[in-house]
Design a protein around this ligand. Structure first.
Ligand code: NAP
Length: 251
């Protein structure tokens, strides 16, 4: 049966204290999922989101974890399973950007980007998969970036982390598809969040918007709408795909 609802599902959204993750957590809750709102350090923002969702009658909890730490991720899953039940919908959204010349990039910067953007999704998938396989149903959506498809000057490390996640997505889709689990990725273009504001000035953002066929930057809700579709049974036959959400920029 084709069904866009997420009723009776438990959804973990990593990095849901700010930006795109907030919009995905809201949209998943509205579609009926019980939502675990992960954050690294923005505790108050995550708590405010959970309060908002509960006031609207949705089930939601906050879960602190650095997604790049296997012990944090294990503890996060224990909390979610105790409070909400096993995760059947996983959105690997947490990410950090880095705009730097390769010659100026430190080992620590490399490790932060790779641990958050690539090891984090690996750890979260590894923890979620045994239950998904047992239940022969699961949905994983990884948030990559068009830079992970095209590459970008001064963003080599960030692009490499997202490019790695693209191939992790495709490979895992082949590995767990036979177990009833789909794994897909969304590749946003520039989306109006803190991440973009930290990287580009107002005039640079305006120039960028003019290059995008639909004439504007993306919103977190643009990404969230497609994400919730991929999490639902309506997307049962989409697996291993990387879908650009970029207003036609890369078309
Ligand atoms: P953002 O506004 O900077 O928010 C990042 C989120 O990730 C925050 O909730 C942050 O938590 C969380 N986070 C960072 N490191 C973490 C860690 N180690 N463990 C757990 N959570 C962590 O970013 P955004 O723009 O919404 O980006 C979300 C995703 O979309 C990222 O993967 C990004 O690469 C991707 N993306 C963004 C754009 C864009 O233009 N904005 C374009 C393409 C792809 P705290 O608040 O606690 O720090």
């Amino acid at each position: 049966m084709v069904d866009g609802s997420l009723q009776n599902r438990v959804c973990l959204v990593t990095g849901a204290s700010r930006g795109i993750g907030v919009a995905i957590a809201r949209a998943a809750a509205v579609a009926g999922a019980a939502v675990a709102v992960n954050y690294r350090s923005s505790r108050r923002q995550a708590e405010l989101l959970v309060e908002e969702l509960r006031d609207l009658g949705h089930q939601a909890i906050t879960v602190q974890a650095d997604v790049g730490s296997s012990s944090d991720v294990a503890k996060m899953y224990t909390t979610i399973e105790r409070e909400l039940g096993p995760v059947s919908l996983l959105v690997n959204n947490a990410g950090v950007s880095l705009r730097e010349l390769v010659t100026h990039t430190s080992d620590e910067q490399w490790e932060l980007v790779m641990n958050t953007n690539l090891k984090g999704p690996f750890l979260c998938c590894r923890q979620a998969l045994p239950n998904m396989i047992r239940n022969r149903w699961g949905r994983i959506v990884n948030i990559v970036s068009i830079w992970g498809l095209l590459g970008a000057s001064c963003e080599s490390v960030y692009a490499a982390s997202k490019g790695g996640l693209v191939l992790f997505t495709k490979s895992l889709a082949k590995e767990v598809g036979p177990s009833g689990i789909t794994v897909n990725a969304l590749a946003p273009g520039p989306v109006e969040t803190d991440m973009l504001a930290e990287e580009l000035t107002g005039p640079e953002l305006q120039d960028l918007a003019e290059q995008i066929p639909v004439g504007r930057l993306g919103s977190p809700e643009d990404v969230a709408a497609i994400c919730v579709f991929l999490l639902s049974s309506a997307a049962n036959y989409i697996n291993g795909q990387v879908i650009p959400v970029d207003g036609g920029w890369t078309a």
